[in-house]
Design a protein around this ligand. Sequence first.
Ligand SMILES: [Fe+2]
Ligand SMILES: [Fe+2]
Length: 268
Amino acid sequence: MVTAYKAAPDIEVLTSNFPIPGFGFVPINAFVIKGSEPILVDTGSMVESAAFQSALRSVIDPADLRWIWLTHTDFDHTGSLQALLAENPRLRVITTFLGVGIMSLTTSPLPMDRVHFVNPGQKINLGGRTLAAFRPPVFDNPSTTGFYDEKSGVLFSSDCFGALLPAVPQSAADIPEKDLRDAQIAWATIDSPWLHKVDRGALARELDSIRRMAPKAILSSHLPAAPGEMIERLLASLSAAPEAQPFVGPDQAALEQMLKQMTEGHTA
Ligand SMILES: [Fe+2]
Ligand SMILES: [Fe+2]
Protein backbone atom coordinates (compact mmCIF):
# COMPACT_ATOMS: atom_id res chain seq x y z
CA MET A 1 0.00 0.00 0.00
CA VAL A 2 1.31 3.45 -0.92
CA THR A 3 -0.04 6.45 1.00
CA ALA A 4 0.55 10.21 0.85
CA TYR A 5 1.15 12.87 3.49
CA LYS A 6 2.32 16.48 3.50
CA ALA A 7 5.86 17.22 4.76
CA ALA A 8 5.79 20.96 3.96
CA PRO A 9 3.19 23.30 2.40
CA ASP A 10 4.40 22.43 -1.12
CA ILE A 11 5.98 19.00 -0.56
CA GLU A 12 4.10 15.67 -0.43
CA VAL A 13 5.55 12.32 0.63
CA LEU A 14 4.46 9.12 -1.12
CA THR A 15 5.34 6.23 1.16
CA SER A 16 5.03 2.49 1.63
CA ASN A 17 6.48 0.15 4.26
CA PHE A 18 8.55 -2.67 2.85
CA PRO A 19 8.70 -5.66 5.26
CA ILE A 20 11.97 -7.52 5.73
CA PRO A 21 10.94 -10.71 7.59
CA GLY A 22 12.72 -10.99 10.91
CA PHE A 23 14.18 -7.48 10.66
CA GLY A 24 11.30 -4.97 10.51
CA PHE A 25 10.20 -2.41 7.93
CA VAL A 26 11.99 -0.06 5.58
CA PRO A 27 9.89 2.93 4.50
CA ILE A 28 10.21 3.60 0.77
CA ASN A 29 9.56 7.27 0.05
CA ALA A 30 9.21 9.40 -3.06
CA PHE A 31 8.34 13.11 -2.98
CA VAL A 32 6.28 15.57 -5.00
CA ILE A 33 7.48 19.19 -4.97
CA LYS A 34 4.69 21.45 -6.21
CA GLY A 35 5.23 24.74 -8.02
CA SER A 36 5.33 26.15 -11.54
CA GLU A 37 7.55 23.21 -12.59
CA PRO A 38 6.45 20.28 -10.41
CA ILE A 39 9.14 17.74 -9.53
CA LEU A 40 8.78 14.08 -8.57
CA VAL A 41 11.76 12.86 -6.53
CA ASP A 42 12.15 9.13 -7.32
CA THR A 43 9.34 6.85 -8.48
CA GLY A 44 8.72 4.14 -5.89
CA SER A 45 9.47 0.43 -6.08
CA MET A 46 9.05 -1.90 -9.03
CA VAL A 47 6.86 -4.27 -7.03
CA GLU A 48 4.34 -1.54 -6.07
CA SER A 49 4.23 0.42 -9.31
CA ALA A 50 0.42 0.38 -9.72
CA ALA A 51 -0.20 1.43 -6.11
CA PHE A 52 2.47 4.13 -6.42
CA GLN A 53 0.88 5.66 -9.50
CA SER A 54 -2.53 5.71 -7.88
CA ALA A 55 -1.10 7.45 -4.75
CA LEU A 56 0.72 9.90 -7.03
CA ARG A 57 -2.57 10.73 -8.80
CA SER A 58 -4.10 11.56 -5.41
CA VAL A 59 -1.66 14.48 -5.01
CA ILE A 60 -0.95 15.62 -8.60
CA ASP A 61 -1.98 14.87 -12.17
CA PRO A 62 1.13 13.14 -13.64
CA ALA A 63 0.52 15.20 -16.81
CA ASP A 64 1.43 18.30 -14.78
CA LEU A 65 4.84 16.97 -13.70
CA ARG A 66 7.81 18.58 -15.47
CA TRP A 67 10.75 16.82 -13.83
CA ILE A 68 11.73 13.55 -12.18
CA TRP A 69 14.78 13.88 -9.95
CA LEU A 70 16.17 10.34 -9.88
CA THR A 71 18.38 10.21 -6.78
CA HIS A 72 19.79 6.89 -8.02
CA THR A 73 18.88 3.85 -10.08
CA ASP A 74 18.04 1.22 -7.44
CA PHE A 75 14.80 -0.77 -7.89
CA ASP A 76 13.09 1.01 -4.99
CA HIS A 77 13.52 4.34 -6.84
CA THR A 78 12.80 3.48 -10.48
CA GLY A 79 9.52 1.54 -10.16
CA SER A 80 7.26 3.89 -12.16
CA LEU A 81 9.95 5.74 -14.12
CA GLN A 82 9.20 4.18 -17.48
CA ALA A 83 5.40 4.38 -17.12
CA LEU A 84 5.52 8.07 -16.20
CA LEU A 85 7.87 8.93 -19.09
CA ALA A 86 5.52 7.12 -21.49
CA GLU A 87 2.47 8.92 -20.10
CA ASN A 88 3.93 12.45 -20.12
CA PRO A 89 6.11 13.29 -23.15
CA ARG A 90 7.42 16.59 -21.72
CA LEU A 91 8.65 15.00 -18.48
CA ARG A 92 12.46 14.95 -18.16
CA VAL A 93 14.71 13.02 -15.81
CA ILE A 94 17.42 14.71 -13.77
CA THR A 95 20.21 12.21 -13.26
CA THR A 96 23.92 11.76 -13.93
CA PHE A 97 26.01 10.14 -16.66
CA LEU A 98 26.26 7.06 -14.43
CA GLY A 99 22.49 7.01 -13.91
CA VAL A 100 21.95 6.85 -17.66
CA GLY A 101 24.72 4.26 -17.96
CA ILE A 102 23.19 1.93 -15.37
CA MET A 103 19.68 2.32 -16.85
CA SER A 104 21.09 1.45 -20.30
CA LEU A 105 21.65 -2.09 -18.95
CA THR A 106 17.90 -2.51 -18.28
CA THR A 107 15.05 -3.17 -20.70
CA SER A 108 14.03 0.49 -20.16
CA PRO A 109 17.03 2.68 -21.05
CA LEU A 110 16.55 6.43 -20.57
CA PRO A 111 16.16 8.25 -23.91
CA MET A 112 19.01 10.77 -24.16
CA ASP A 113 16.65 13.59 -25.18
CA ARG A 114 14.64 13.06 -21.97
CA VAL A 115 17.53 13.41 -19.50
CA HIS A 116 19.19 16.41 -17.88
CA PHE A 117 22.55 15.92 -16.18
CA VAL A 118 23.21 17.53 -12.79
CA ASN A 119 26.37 16.54 -10.94
CA PRO A 120 26.96 16.84 -7.18
CA GLY A 121 28.21 20.39 -6.56
CA GLN A 122 26.08 21.89 -9.33
CA LYS A 123 22.82 23.83 -9.01
CA ILE A 124 19.73 23.90 -11.19
CA ASN A 125 16.85 26.38 -11.15
CA LEU A 126 13.45 24.87 -11.87
CA GLY A 127 10.60 27.37 -12.02
CA GLY A 128 12.23 29.79 -9.56
CA ARG A 129 13.34 27.02 -7.20
CA THR A 130 17.10 26.53 -6.89
CA LEU A 131 18.17 22.98 -6.10
CA ALA A 132 21.77 22.43 -4.98
CA ALA A 133 22.94 18.90 -5.80
CA PHE A 134 25.25 17.04 -3.44
CA ARG A 135 26.55 13.54 -2.85
CA PRO A 136 25.20 12.34 0.51
CA PRO A 137 27.81 11.14 3.04
CA VAL A 138 26.28 7.63 2.97
CA PHE A 139 25.01 6.02 -0.24
CA ASP A 140 24.76 2.63 -1.95
CA ASN A 141 24.95 3.46 -5.65
CA PRO A 142 27.52 5.52 -7.61
CA SER A 143 24.82 7.56 -9.37
CA THR A 144 23.49 8.88 -6.03
CA THR A 145 22.74 12.61 -6.05
CA GLY A 146 20.70 14.29 -3.34
CA PHE A 147 19.83 17.98 -3.22
CA TYR A 148 19.06 20.90 -0.95
CA ASP A 149 16.02 22.95 -1.97
CA GLU A 150 17.01 26.57 -1.27
CA LYS A 151 13.36 27.71 -1.40
CA SER A 152 11.92 25.40 1.26
CA GLY A 153 15.17 24.67 3.12
CA VAL A 154 14.41 20.95 2.81
CA LEU A 155 17.20 18.42 2.32
CA PHE A 156 16.50 15.45 0.04
CA SER A 157 19.09 12.90 1.15
CA SER A 158 18.32 9.81 -0.97
CA ASP A 159 19.15 6.61 1.02
CA CYS A 160 21.22 8.51 3.60
CA PHE A 161 19.59 8.67 7.09
CA GLY A 162 17.42 5.62 6.30
CA ALA A 163 16.27 3.34 9.13
CA LEU A 164 15.16 -0.28 9.56
CA LEU A 165 12.23 0.17 11.93
CA PRO A 166 9.94 -2.12 13.99
CA ALA A 167 7.02 0.17 13.02
CA VAL A 168 6.88 3.28 10.83
CA PRO A 169 5.27 6.49 12.18
CA GLN A 170 4.63 9.54 9.97
CA SER A 171 7.33 11.65 11.62
CA ALA A 172 10.81 10.57 12.66
CA ALA A 173 10.27 12.74 15.76
CA ASP A 174 7.81 10.10 17.03
CA ILE A 175 10.51 7.40 17.21
CA PRO A 176 12.16 7.08 20.65
CA GLU A 177 15.74 8.35 20.56
CA LYS A 178 17.52 5.03 21.16
CA ASP A 179 15.21 3.13 18.79
CA LEU A 180 15.94 5.63 16.03
CA ARG A 181 19.68 5.42 16.58
CA ASP A 182 19.61 1.59 16.47
CA ALA A 183 17.32 1.63 13.41
CA GLN A 184 19.54 4.09 11.54
CA ILE A 185 22.70 2.15 12.37
CA ALA A 186 21.04 -1.12 11.27
CA TRP A 187 20.13 0.42 7.91
CA ALA A 188 23.50 2.10 7.42
CA THR A 189 25.49 -1.09 8.11
CA ILE A 190 23.25 -3.16 5.80
CA ASP A 191 22.99 -0.63 2.94
CA SER A 192 26.51 0.82 3.10
CA PRO A 193 28.82 -1.87 4.57
CA TRP A 194 31.83 0.14 3.38
CA LEU A 195 31.14 2.51 6.31
CA HIS A 196 33.18 0.15 8.51
CA LYS A 197 36.25 0.89 6.38
CA VAL A 198 36.07 4.67 6.12
CA ASP A 199 38.49 7.16 7.58
CA ARG A 200 36.62 8.57 10.59
CA GLY A 201 37.96 12.08 10.02
CA ALA A 202 36.78 12.04 6.39
CA LEU A 203 33.33 10.84 7.49
CA ALA A 204 33.16 13.59 10.13
CA ARG A 205 33.94 16.23 7.48
CA GLU A 206 31.22 14.82 5.22
CA LEU A 207 28.69 14.89 8.07
CA ASP A 208 29.76 18.43 8.90
CA SER A 209 28.94 19.55 5.35
CA ILE A 210 25.34 18.44 6.00
CA ARG A 211 25.31 20.19 9.40
CA ARG A 212 26.34 23.46 7.70
CA MET A 213 23.30 23.26 5.39
CA ALA A 214 21.13 23.58 8.54
CA PRO A 215 18.08 22.10 6.77
CA LYS A 216 14.56 22.96 7.97
CA ALA A 217 13.58 19.33 7.32
CA ILE A 218 15.31 16.16 6.21
CA LEU A 219 13.55 13.91 3.70
CA SER A 220 15.26 10.55 3.32
CA SER A 221 14.08 7.84 0.96
CA HIS A 222 13.98 5.45 3.91
CA LEU A 223 13.04 7.44 7.01
CA PRO A 224 9.79 9.20 7.97
CA ALA A 225 10.01 12.97 7.43
CA ALA A 226 12.34 14.51 10.02
CA PRO A 227 12.18 18.12 11.29
CA GLY A 228 15.42 20.11 11.03
CA GLU A 229 15.99 20.14 14.79
CA MET A 230 16.68 16.39 14.58
CA ILE A 231 19.77 16.87 12.41
CA GLU A 232 22.28 16.38 15.25
CA ARG A 233 20.65 13.08 16.25
CA LEU A 234 20.62 11.86 12.65
CA LEU A 235 24.28 12.81 12.15
CA ALA A 236 25.33 11.23 15.46
CA SER A 237 23.85 7.86 14.42
CA LEU A 238 25.87 7.86 11.21
CA SER A 239 28.97 8.96 13.06
CA ALA A 240 28.59 5.88 15.31
CA ALA A 241 27.80 3.43 12.49
CA PRO A 242 31.43 2.52 11.56
CA GLU A 243 32.02 1.11 15.08
CA ALA A 244 28.79 -0.94 15.07
CA GLN A 245 28.66 -4.69 14.49
CA PRO A 246 28.92 -5.37 10.74
CA PHE A 247 25.78 -6.92 9.26
CA VAL A 248 25.96 -10.58 8.26
CA GLY A 249 22.87 -12.02 6.57
CA PRO A 250 21.31 -15.40 7.38
CA ASP A 251 23.48 -18.24 6.02
CA GLN A 252 22.45 -21.45 4.22
CA ALA A 253 21.81 -23.31 7.51
CA ALA A 254 19.46 -20.51 8.61
CA LEU A 255 17.74 -20.56 5.20
CA GLU A 256 17.17 -24.31 5.44
CA GLN A 257 15.74 -23.85 8.94
CA MET A 258 13.36 -21.16 7.63
CA LEU A 259 12.27 -23.34 4.72
CA LYS A 260 11.69 -26.28 7.08
CA GLN A 261 9.52 -24.14 9.35
CA MET A 262 7.52 -22.91 6.35
CA THR A 263 7.01 -26.46 5.08
CA GLU A 264 5.95 -27.67 8.53
CA GLY A 265 3.60 -24.73 8.84
CA HIS A 266 2.15 -25.58 5.42
CA THR A 267 1.56 -29.29 6.16
CA ALA A 268 0.32 -28.81 9.75
FE1 LIG B 1 19.76 2.57 -2.81
FE1 LIG C 1 16.76 3.19 -1.63
